[in-house]
Design a protein around this ligand. Structure first.
Ligand code: GLU
Length: 378
């Protein structure tokens, strides 16, 4: 089945074709396939590595001495700072040949674990997709120190897949997929086509694998696969050098290794929403209660009262006029803002708050409707 939303992660060794420099021909082929995928109705988000490699290329080209100490984090961060703009320029050029606009989004783990920033990132990425812009994501290496960095783009791409609710995460690698043993060492190793469950046997296969220039490796890819499949996104590892590999993967042709999703996206979203402790409540009128029970968004017009002190992105309970909890959801506005919006029409939001981030107080996608309602005040 063709995916609706696809996240593609391109590793450094794929971008450089195994050399020390960005390979424009490789980038052009990836861009061309992404443009074709979009023409087939697939939304695509690209997660790109290669900033550090591009930085090294530029520094050495400018006649600087070879970069020593390239293993230290600040030196890598410097190289990423030098290379990121260059990397984006190269992507902009290859997509520009197809008149496709790109936009840069740099993220850290902290951006995705903070609820408000998570929502901001999600809204921005969705706006880009709505306007047919290809989001090009990398880790914000310059500011990503130990505590807040994801550290590798395999995991970053799995987090991004979760943010945008992707159906498929495609990892373009310098290896054709997961092998039963390290193919560099064991000539009898065979490619595993499908993994339905990442168990010890699968980890054992990855144990001996290795990958070239990038910071990844098969173990990192398996961690990303666990993250992605658990949140309802299938993942594939494919050989980024294989002609047409992106198009073949979305057509379901047998390329690389496919990790099946172990949960549905809806289940995983519900789990996530319910795992957020509710820190406030909104009391809604009967009309809004009916709409929410029918799976629609909660608009400010139906709100009667706001209780507790919550921030944008925090979880709240939706209660009817009799105090019964009918839903658990993520608020798009803070308690202070929501109080100002009580009974107001959505078009009035901007005039009242000075900005509008959404026409609803809780989006239907961010809400779990609880069975007919209960009395508990959890
Ligand atoms: N963010 C790094 C870069 O652009 C790459 C990290 C990775 O490849 O996993 O160079």
């Amino acid at each position: 089945m063709k995916p609706n939303k696809l996240v593609i992660k391109v590793g450094t060794s794929t971008l450089t074709a195994g050399t020390q420099r960005l390979n424009r021909r490789r980038m052009l082929s990836i861009a061309q396939q992404i443009v074709e995928a979009r023409e087939k109705g697939v939304s695509v988000i690209l997660v790109t590595s290669g900033a550090i490699a591009a930085g090294r290329e530029l520094m050495e080209h400018a006649g600087n001495a070879p970069i020593n100490g390239a293993r230290s984090l600040p030196v890598k961060q410097m190289l990423a700072a030098v290379g990121q703009a260059h990397l984006m320029l190269a992507w902009g050029q290859v997509f520009g040949m197809f008149d496709v606009q790109v936009g840069q989004v740099l993220l850290t783990r902290a951006d995705l674990s903070d609820r408000r920033r998570y929502l901001n990132a999600r809204d921005t990425l969705n706006a880009m997709l709505t306007y047919d812009v290809v989001p090009i994501i990398n880790e914000n290496d310059a500011v990503a120190t130990e505590e807040i960095r994801v550290g590798d783009n395999d995991n970053l791409s799995a987090l991004v897949a979760n943010v945008v609710n992707a159906d498929l995460l495609l990892i373009l690698s310098d290896i054709a997929g997961l092998y039963t043993a390290d193919p560099h060492q064991d000539p009898s190793a065979t490619l595993v086509r499908e993994v339905t469950h990442i168990d010890e046997a699968v980890w054992a296969m990855a144990g001996a694998s290795r990958s070239g220039l990038g910071v990844g490796g098969m173990a990192t890819k398996l961690r990303a696969a666990e993250l992605a499949t658990h949140s309802g996104t299938a993942m594939m590892i494919v050989d980024g050098a294989r002609p047409n590999v992106i198009l073949d993967a979305i057509e379901g042709k047998p390329v690389g290794t496919r990790f099946a999703a172990t949960s549905t996206k809806i289940e995983s979203r519900k789990r996530w929403i319910l795992s957020e402790r509710a820190v406030g409540s909104v009391i809604v009128d009967d009309g809004a209660a009916g709409a929410v029970r029918n799976g629609r968004s909660l608009l400010p017009v139906g709100v009667r009262e706001v209780q507790g002190d919550f921030d944008r992105g925090e979880a709240v309970l939706v209660k009817d006029l009799r105090g019964r909890t009918i839903a658990h959801g993520i608020a798009r506005y803070s308690a202070a803002e929501a109080s100002l919006l009580i009974g107001k029409q959505s078009w009035e939001i901007e005039g009242i708050l000075g900005y509008e981030s959404a026409p609803m107080l809780i989006h239907a996608d961010d809400m779990v409707v609880l069975a007919m309602g209960n009395q508990s005040d959890h």
